[in-house]
Design a protein around this ligand. Sequence first.
Ligand code: HEC
Ligand code: HEC
Ligand code: HEC
Length: 124
Amino acid sequence: MFGLRRNQREANRQGGRKHHLKRVIGALALIFVPVGVAVPIGVLATPEHIRLPTGPDQEEPGAVFSHWTHGQYGCFTCHPGLFPQAKKTFTHDEMEKGMYCGACHNGQSAFAPDDTDCETCHRE
Ligand code: HEC
Ligand code: HEC
Ligand code: HEC
C-alpha cells in the first residue's frame, strides 16, 4: 500500500523533472529563436496582410499576401532572396519562371496560380 504510493510519488517526481526539462528547452527556444531570426528583419514591423501593387491595366485587385498563413517558413526563406522588402509588382510570367511567389506556387510545393480561383490571391 505505502510502497505503491511511494512508487507513484517517485513516478510523479520523474514526470515533474521531465516537464521541467521541457520548460527549460522551451524557454531557451524562446530566447534564442527570435534573437537569431527576428533582429535583422524584424526591426521593422511585420504586417499580417500585404496587398501587392498592381501592374498596369490590371483589373484584378492587387494580390494579397499573408505572413500569417505562411508562418511555417522562416523569414529567410523569403527575405531577402525572393522578396527584398521593396514592394513591387511582378507578373505571372515571372512566377511561372519560379520567381517570387512562383518559387513555391508552382503546383508542387503549393498550388499553382493558374489552377486556382483568381480570388484566392486577388481578393478585395
Ligand atoms: C497564388 C496567387 C495568385 C493567383 C491564384 C492568381 N494570381 Fe494573378 N498575380 C499574383 C501576384 C502575386 C501578382 C503580382 C501582384 C499584382 O499585380 O497583383 C499577380 C499579377 C496578376 C496580373 C498582372 C501581371 C500579369 O501577369 O499580367 C494579372 C492580370 C493577374 N495577376 C491575373 C490573374 C488571374 C486572371 C488569375 C486567375 C486565373 C490570377 N491572377 C490568379 C498572384 C496570383
Ligand atoms: C513565404 C514568404 C515570406 C516569408 C516566410 C516572410 N515574408 Fe515578409 N514579406 C513577404 C512578401 C511577399 C512581402 C511583400 C513584398 C515585399 O514587401 O517584399 C513581405 C514583406 C515584409 C515586410 C515589409 C512590409 C511592408 O509593408 O513593406 C517585412 C517587414 C517583412 N516582410 C518581415 C518578415 C519577417 C520578420 C518574417 C519572418 C517572421 C517574414 N517577413 C517572413 C513574404 C514573406
Ligand atoms: C516559401 C514558399 C511560398 C512562397 C514564396 C509563397 N507561398 Fe503562398 N503558400 C505556400 C504554401 C505551402 C501554402 C499552403 C498551400 C496549400 O495549402 O496547398 C501557401 C498558401 C497560400 C495562400 C492560401 C492561404 C491564404 O493566405 O489565403 C495564398 C493566397 C498564397 N499562398 C499566396 C501567396 C502569394 C501571393 C505569394 C507571393 C507574394 C506567396 N503565396 C508566396 C508557400 C509559399
